[in-house]
Design a protein around this ligand. Sequence first.
Ligand SMILES: NC(=O)c1ccc[n+]([C@@H]2O[C@H](COP(=O)([O-])OP(=O)(O)OC[C@H]3O[C@@H](n4cnc5c(N)ncnc54)[C@H](OP(=O)(O)O)[C@@H]3O)[C@@H](O)[C@H]2O)c1
Length: 321
Amino acid sequence: MKSIQLQETGGIETLHQEGVPRPEPGRDEYLVRVHAAGINPLDWLICRGMLPHLLDTDLPWIPGWDVSGVIESVGTNVTEFDPGDAVCGMSRLPGAGGAFAEYTTMSDDEITAKPDSLSHEEAAAVPMAGQTAFHALYNEGGLNTGEALFVHAAAGGVGHMAVQFASHTGARVIGTASGRNEEILRDLGVDEFVNYREERFEDVLDGVDFVLDAVGGDVLERSIEIVQPGGVVVTLPEPPSQEAVRRYQDENNADVRFFDVIMDSDPVTLQQVAAHVEAGVVTPRVSDVYPLSEVQDALDRSAEGHVRGKLVVNLSEATDD
Ligand SMILES: NC(=O)c1ccc[n+]([C@@H]2O[C@H](COP(=O)([O-])OP(=O)(O)OC[C@H]3O[C@@H](n4cnc5c(N)ncnc54)[C@H](OP(=O)(O)O)[C@@H]3O)[C@@H](O)[C@H]2O)c1
């Protein structure tokens, strides 16, 4: 089968296409014919060697974690899906995901039925970003109707799904992005838009109940200023130090939390996200689709930090040779 192999960490340029044997599903796994694979910042962070603790497999291996495809065959111990069923999900983390290949193996815990309303390309955009948005808003932050939610990077993979979830919940949604994304964000449910290139959000906002920080760095620090006492900040890029979390609590009465999709993704959330997609609450926006041979370009583009919605790799045209 065609696959993308990572030869060594430290450079996306070490990725290259190679024919390898199809993987064999274990007794507790399915063999999935991958039709599309989603791109996430985690992909290039791992391939560039920036998250070494997430590599538990000897190189070379096949990266890619978000999958939409069709069950090809089933191990003897799994019964939830049959050959021919369309599924989507997020493959094992930490470790080699295997999504950038025509076939990969996945377990029951990692997949759910693909929403009928979505193409494979759209479905591959959902698992990691959708689970992160859902967990961060509801499990970590406990978002409620009527609360003011401020979403940084609202036009990105996580942000554009968070905006749709929160709008459905009846929150007042404020989103940051550059000006080119204002219209689409208003379409998705943003009530108030802040162009981060033209104004500093702390100059125009105050008394926010909840901040979803998908940018990090000084954006986290500055967000503390606009949270009302007792409010919540869920940050995604990296865990803040315990000292900083204590200081935010003591000085600002702000509850700052880090959410980690690697530790906290679970089949129930994946199913809940898929159900919301099927119900039309959340629709993933795919801004560009790449062939398998151009995975490296897709990862470079993601690393630039200005993707609108999601990037996806299409493998449905690839032929098994
Ligand atoms: N902790 C976890 O479990 C977890 C899970 C998933 C993701 N993450 C992290 O969460 C972050 C977001 O992930 P993602 O998939 O949503 O990323 P993404 O899709 O690559 O985000 C791209 C978006 O960021 C916006 N952006 C860039 N700089 C900005 C700024 N200073 N202020 C506001 N918006 C800005 C861009 O909008 P413009 O083009 O308009 O600038 C673009 O739409 C990443 O750091 C990722 O690693 C963490």
